[in-house]
Design a protein around this ligand. Structure first.
Ligand code: UD1
Length: 339
């Protein structure tokens, strides 16, 4: 079975490529290398012993998308990661985000719509819930107005897919709403490679521990949570990657009851920023220099998943712990030097 992974050299995409290849799928990666390192390709090949096909391509170029699918008529599924993901940048440059995250989606769907049958997995985010009224968050929680153009592209992306599926019975799609992906493959051959200053908590923690950054700022300790810091659902990227394979298999086996559905992909467990810091110190033996600063504008108090739907419909649940993820992130941080 031939699966196209757009953005397949990125953080999550590369881990999904590994899991797909290990399950016997043939993978074609499309990536424009805008936020990825070519060494990731070598890492994937080394882990799996299989060199995936790779096409360096920008999906904003519609002619290239048409050309790609005309050369690969035997594609069984597409997992679509290619997108920009920095919240702050999206506020500064909304059109970049709308073009990069939505035009590309439209072009890919246009090609899939032409096929007799097509399977599609979309990389969505728990950001669509904003500050949900109830924890843990079920898929029935309302989608709240987006806080940023980035968040808006995930909401609109889901709506586009749903609208297209309604009129395209041959298109089967699943949107996966990720909570906070962290960690890296146990080999440390692939992992998260933030370009410039990282925005997310765990790369900031590991860079502080290596001394690349002097101090971690903990954004706010006056939230209405047990220790006052904000709560998230941190999921090991390898567990997250496996969710994609399971969802794809459900589509391929025609086991879904409708041709569009969406799932929370998280652990179901909320951890506060200080709990993450403490767990990091415990698993690594490193002392982290941090200080409490003001809240970060736009942050929600808490977000963690109700995972029942993923468990019952997809038969998927996480296997790895927060500690596993932090240990792997730390091992990876020390290996990045080789990049
Ligand atoms: C962020 C994005 C979200 C996106 C996700 C992708 C925002 C507001 N949200 O989620 O839309 O889908 O990344 O992974 O940017 N923290 C600190 N100090 C730091 C960095 C983070 O205390 O230096 C805290 C944050 O306040 C938050 C938690 O750590 O409580 C996690 O932050 P982060 O990793 O940025 O993820 P989210 O904000 O949940």
């Amino acid at each position: 079975m031939k699966i196209v992974v757009t953005g397949g050299l990125g953080f999550i995409g590369s881990h999904v490529v590994v899991e797909l290849q290990q399950k016997g799928f043939e993978v074609v990666i499309i990536d424009n290398l805008s936020n990825a390192d070519k060494n990731v390709f070598n890492g994937i090949s080394e882990i799996t012993g299989i060199t995936p096909l790779f096409e360096e391509m920008d999906l904003r170029d519609k002619a290239s998308v048409i050309d790609f699918f005309s050369r690969h008529t035997d594609v069984d599924g597409v997992i679509h990661f290619a997108a920009s993901k920095a919240v702050g940048e999206s506020v500064e440059n909304p059109l970049l985000y709308y073009e990069n995250n939505l035009n590309t989606l439209v072009y890919v769907l246009q090609e899939l719509q032409k096929k007799d049958t097509a399977n599609f997995i979309f990389s969505s985010s728990c950001t669509v819930y904003g500050q949900a009224d109830q924890m843990p968050i079920t898929e029935n929680a309302p989608v709240k107005p987006a806080e940023s153009p980035y968040g808006n592209t995930k909401q609109i992306g889901e709506e586009i897919i749903q609208d297209v599926c309604r009129v395209t019975p041959n298109l089967n799609a699943i949107a996966l709403r990720y909570f906070n992906p962290i960690g890296s493959h146990e080999s440390s051959l692939i992992g998260e490679l933030p370009i410039g200053t990282p925005q997310n908590l765990v790369p900031l923690i590991t860079q502080t521990a290596t001394g690349q950054r002097e101090q971690l700022s903990v954004y706010g300790d006056d939230y209405p949570t047990p220790d006052g810091t904000a709560i998230r659902d941190y999921i090991h990227v390898v567990d997250l990657a496996k969710a994609h394979v399971v969802a794809l298999q459900k589509l391929l086996k025609r086991e879904m009851s409708s041709n569009y559905d969406f799932f929370n992909i998280g652990t179901g467990k909320g951890s506060s920023v200080l709990e993450v810091v403490n767990a990091f110190e415990k698993v690594t033996g490193e002392k982290l220099n941090y200080k409490i600063v003001a809240r970060r504008p736009g942050d929600v108090v808490e977000a963690y998943a109700n995972t029942t739907k993923a468990k019952e419909v997809l038969g998927w649940q996480t296997e790895l712990t927060l500690e596993d993820a932090l240990a792997s992130a730390w091992k990876w941080e020390q290996n990045i030097r080789g990049y």
